[in-house]
Design a protein around this ligand. Structure first.
Ligand code: PRP
Ligand code: GUN
Length: 181
């Protein structure tokens, strides 16, 4: 099959688990919560590439207070559906020393990625490191970190859409889908 046909077959065989309207409502709520918590602190927002790109792009215009913005890039899934070793691809260029930092990511699954990022930023001198995730997967096991702001809880299935890929595809979907178990 071609890559195009492969990608279409993945979507056709998946379940819609969260509509675009539910996604948008969750992002609105998270934006309000972040505004209450951080509106006076001129935070540095760090988006975790590449999955957080859609959440970040929708969240930022809803924050009506001054922020600095930068990104970092780490990955541990690649095109796979199971996580491996965390790889740092790029560090934020903006110094974090003494800053209130808000890390923005698309999904908290086992929590390994976000816990490592938080530890790294605090070790580099961030005064405070908060985290906002678009989604938190109910994995039924303890995680090494809890997000300070969470959009949606998702079932323990491999999900995609709204920034999250399946075999590299479909980050551009406005709703959330899950592969069949
Ligand atoms: O909680 P964990 O089990 O550590 O998984 C969460 C991470 O997995 C995804 O990144 P991925 O490694 O797929 O990179 P990507 O953002 O480029 O897709 C996602 O964007 C999170 O950063
Ligand atoms: N696309 C995607 N990335 C993930 N990273 C960790 N869990 C997931 C998941 O369920 N889907």
């Amino acid at each position: 099959m071609s890559r195009l046909a492969d990608a279409q077959a993945l979507l056709d065989g998946a379940d819609l688990i969260c509509s675009a309207a539910e996604v948008d409502a969750a992002v609105d709520r998270v934006a309000r919560e972040i505004t209450v918590a951080l509106g006076d602190s001129y935070p540095l927002l760090l988006s975790v590439m590449g999955g957080a790109v859609v959440f970040t792009g929708n969240l930022l215009p809803k924050l009506a207070f001054p922020i600095d913005f930068d990104y970092l890039h780490v990955t541990r899934y690649g095109d796979d559906t199971a996580g491996g070793t965390l790889r740092w691809i790029s560090e934020p260029r903006t110094p974090v020393v003494g800053r209130t930092v808000l890390v923005i990511d698309d999904i908290l699954d086992e929590g390994i990625t976000l816990a490592a990022i938080r530890e790294h930023l605090l070790a580099k001198g961030a005064a405070r490191c908060l985290t906002a995730v678009f989604s938190d997967k109910r994995i039924g096991r303890p995680k090494p970190i809890r997000a300070d702001f969470t959009g949606l809880e998702l079932p323990d299935r491999y999900v995609f859409g709204y920034g999250m890929d399946v075999r590299g595809a479909w980050r551009n979907l406005p709703a959330i889908y899950a592969l069949k178990d």
